[in-house]
Design a protein around this ligand. Sequence first.
Ligand SMILES: NC(=O)c1ccc[n+]([C@@H]2O[C@H](COP(=O)([O-])OP(=O)(O)OC[C@H]3O[C@@H](n4cnc5c(N)ncnc54)[C@H](O)[C@@H]3O)[C@@H](O)[C@H]2O)c1
Length: 446
Amino acid sequence: MGTEEQGSQKTAGKVAPATGKLGVMVVGLGAVATTMIAGVEAVRRGLAKPIGSLTQMGTIRLGKRTDNTSPLIKDFVPLADLNDIVFTGWDIFEDNVYEAAAHAKVLDEKMLAQLKPYLETIKPLPAVFDQYYVKRLNGTHVKKGKNKRDLADQVIADIRAFKKTVDRVVVIWAASTEIFLEQTAVHQSIEAFEKGLEANDIAIAPSQIYAYAALSEGVPFANGAPGLTVDFPAMVELSKKNAAPICGKDFKTGQTLMKTVLAPALKARMLGVSGWFSTNILGNRDGEVLDDPQSFKTKEESKLGSLDYIFQPELYPDLYKNLYHKIRINYYPPRGDDKEAWDNIDIFGWLGYPMQIKVNFLCRDSILAAPIALDLVLFLDLAKRTPSLRSIGIQEWLSFYLKSPQSAPGLYPEHDLFIQSMKLKNTLRHIMGSDLITHLGLEYYD
Ligand SMILES: NC(=O)c1ccc[n+]([C@@H]2O[C@H](COP(=O)([O-])OP(=O)(O)OC[C@H]3O[C@@H](n4cnc5c(N)ncnc54)[C@H](O)[C@@H]3O)[C@@H](O)[C@H]2O)c1
């Protein structure tokens, strides 16, 4: 201590190597999923670079700044190699991944044509779906069962069958946003949840059925959407019991990424904020689903959280107590997956004088989300192979990727992107028995 580098406790056990095949089961083979799968194949073939992926392009500093030691993250921790990933998934439509990617219109035809023979081989398994939970979709490729328990057992059977063909499995939800649901008694323990499955409890959405199936099988589960899926006591209990890591929810891609960069800067300088208006237009299927008020409500809740936690108005009432935060998402078909987001931020400085900041982000939704989905899969697989991480349930160090980070009961979630990034990298140093970095750095001036 007292140096930039703080001594790390040596790890209790070694991280197991990533030998053999990693099976990735994606729920929902839509725009994000197909962009991830096609992208991984394009990178494997040397057709493009994995830009936006920390696991593939990021480095990590080890030791003092004067040591000049910054290996690639993938050379420092034992991550699955992209060549060892095998994809499968579920969808409510029968389209194979090539057809679904062509429909999503994220990647250009030339790129897709080169990948077509591979993408056509990935065909979705029938999904667990109920239109009550996603009003704007009507699926045809859907499992039938006598109750929700039966449907969960069918998903478990899918996972077991896939497990026979690979060495390890991770499940990721990249399916449509379900309606807003709140926790009920059924979510409070594994026992109550299992009774709820038998009784077809209406508070159990399809996403929860997939999560239950994965965690029951000891398989890590990531949630790319904002739904109530793994963020309740029964799932946390199941995750710990079966050493199946989980993390928060909802990929942090465009507007919220910017928010969790700008808000910490304003707060660090003690600048006040009186209003933050965020609006978006997007025209993909996700936009169409979010056009339904009940699905929008789920997204809105997820997007709203970040500012309150970052600004801590209870600690800084003069600066943030009266902040008016408004978020709109408008379905606008002509733009497809190319979202445009506007933020107007009303701030105030010295003696209360007002100023404004405007942010206009013209982004590509799935291009931003695909590397996040890949990184979450690879890091959850790493967590599963790490003795000090696999049985703790929530992997808070993965908050970096998520709009709604999940944390231990009673602990506020950390939304600041730079704190999240430091937490992630220090977790990697910690599990590898390397010194943590505190950025104190007094020893350079001795
Ligand atoms: N792209 C981003 O920047 C971003 C950011 C954060 C969150 N998300 C979330 O990621 C999810 C996927 O986004 P997308 O743009 O790929 O949407 P999409 O509509 O293109 O794809 C979703 C797919 O899920 C399928 N599906 C719906 N319910 C299902 C079920 N119960 N089982 C299996 N499949 C099901 C749909 O048929 C569709 O193919 C959405 O929930 C979205 O809100 C996206």
